[in-house]
Design a protein around this ligand. Structure first.
Ligand SMILES: Cc1ncc(COP(=O)(O)O)c(C=O)c1O
Length: 422
């Protein structure tokens, strides 16, 4: 692992260089503040390049990326297989729109459906679009197949969910910041506490067309539901003729040590909603994957996207599916994840760390607020060359690319220990 090295220049030249690069960071941040909407609060680092689990900023400092684009970068920065697939496709054709067929589309849909053990795919671009697609699909299935009265369809969701940022999706969020000032909200959703099967049973009625859940709630702090919950939801939805939609946008595609987090409970939902890592961190690729009965409800003109399923997206997505078929990344997430959780477990209850949750190479670490907010801990880690992201006050999320080496992971954990030791 090579860290920032001294330049070896005479000190005045070195100082001038240091000032110029420091101002490169300050200038980029100032320009961002001035010209970009303040809908994010990034850490004060300006990334220039990435390679595997590492990022380099505009001043040449290296950072271990322990966030991995919220799991969009499961295969690491600049993964050679994905970059080669993208480059090859860039030379051929990048966009046709769905007005025409193209020669990557059928393969992508077929292989992705196979990976999911499903029959049909509806590709979109971002995660939120895929969730919107899932909502529309479930409603249409409810009216056309289940026989729910037009306009009466209900979807049951969980408290503390995070499914994206569109107006319909924030309508069923319980996060005040995500909703405030964005009403009026879309009706047709019922919110029950996550992990509470009894509440779910009560909420499901004859008008319920779907239950939409994250198998592990990422944004809420990597919350793993109680054992048996997902299996219970599966049984309930099957009994009541309700679709079980698993939003695996963050939890899926290797992160937890399985292709899908639902697998940990032996559960197969009726529909997967996928995104993030499906585009390998190269292009936005998302999809709804389900049975022919469910996705078969659509007719031409009823749903779509100019970019959804474009040739470049399909070429990269195909390579992602091929990489996941080997099981190599799931295996890495399992092995390194066991190591990560063992190490974090040693920190739990011994001072700064109150609780650690997660599965595979994914952890939510609750810090005792006495030791600082999640943001403060993240900034201190940044100063030590590790990038993470806080969530909900005093929780930090650890989700490095699955290609990270054990040595680098250990180095990152050393920095965390050092920061928590004050
Ligand atoms: C579980 C889940 N669903 C949906 C989304 C939304 O995805 P996107 O930001 O690509 O719209 C996210 C993003 O973090 C997510 O974690």
């Amino acid at each position: 692992m090579s860290r920032t090295t001294a330049t070896g220049q005479p000190s005045s030249t070195a100082d001038a260089t240091a000032n110029a690069t420091a101002s490169a960071t300050a200038n980029a941040i100032a320009a961002t503040e001035a010209h970009s909407a303040h809908n994010y609060h990034p850490l004060p680092v300006v990334v220039a390049t990435g390679d595997g689990a590492w990022l380099t900023d505009v001043e040449g400092r290296r950072y271990l990326d322990m966030l991995a684009g919220y799991s969009a970068l499961n295969f690491g920065h600049g993964n050679p297989r994905l970059i080669d697939a993208a480059k090859a496709q860039l030379e051929r054709v990048t966009l046709t729109s769905r007005a025409f067929h193209h020669d990557r589309f059928a393969d992508f849909c077929t292989r992705l459906a196979e990976l999911c053990g499903m029959e049909m795919v509806l590709p979109m671009n971002t995660g939120a679009e895929a969730v919107e697609t899932a909502v529309k699909t479930a409603r249409k299935w409810g009216y056309r197949v289940k026989g729910v009265k037009e306009g009466a369809a209900k979807i049951v969701v969980a408290g503390n969910n995070f499914h994206g940022r569109t107006t319909t999706i924030i309508s069923f969020s319980t996060d005040r910041e995500a909703r405030l000032d964005f009403g009026p909200y879309t009706p047709g959703f019922e919110i029950v506490p996550y992990g509470d099967l009894t509440a779910m049973e009560k909420a499901v009625s004859e008008n319920t067309v779907a239950v939409l859940l994250e198998p592990i709630q990422g944004e809420a702090g990597v919350l793993v539901p109680p054992a048996g919950y997902l299996a219970g939801v599966r049984e309930l939805t099957r009994e009541r003729n309700v679709l079980f939609i698993a939003d695996e946008i963050q939890s899926g595609l290797g992160r937890t040590g399985r292709t899908f987090a639902c697998e940990h409970e032996g559960v197969v939902p009726d529909m997967y909603v996928l995104g993030k890592a499906l585009g390998g961190g190269v292009v936005p690729v998302s999809a709804v994957v389900s049975s022919a009965e469910v996705l078969g409800v659509f007719r031409p003109g009823e749903h779509g996207s100019t970019f959804g399923g474009n040739p470049l997206a399909c070429a990269v997505g195909l390579e992602v599916v091929a990489m996941l078929r080997t099981g190599e990344f799931q295996q890495r997430a399992t092995e390194l994840g066991e190591h990560l959780h063992r190490e974090l477990g040693l920190l739990t209850g011994t001072g700064a760390v109150r609780e650690v949750r997660g599965r595979g190479l994914w952890a939510g670490v609750d810090i005792d607020p006495v030791y600082g907010t999640g943001r403060e801990i993240s900034e201190k880690l940044m100063a030590k060359g590790v990038l993470v992201k806080d969530t909900h006050g005093s929780t930090i999320r650890i989700a490095p690319p699955l290609v990270i080496s054990k040595e680098d992971l250990d180095w990152g954990l050393d920095q965390l220990r050092a920061v928590l030791a004050g």
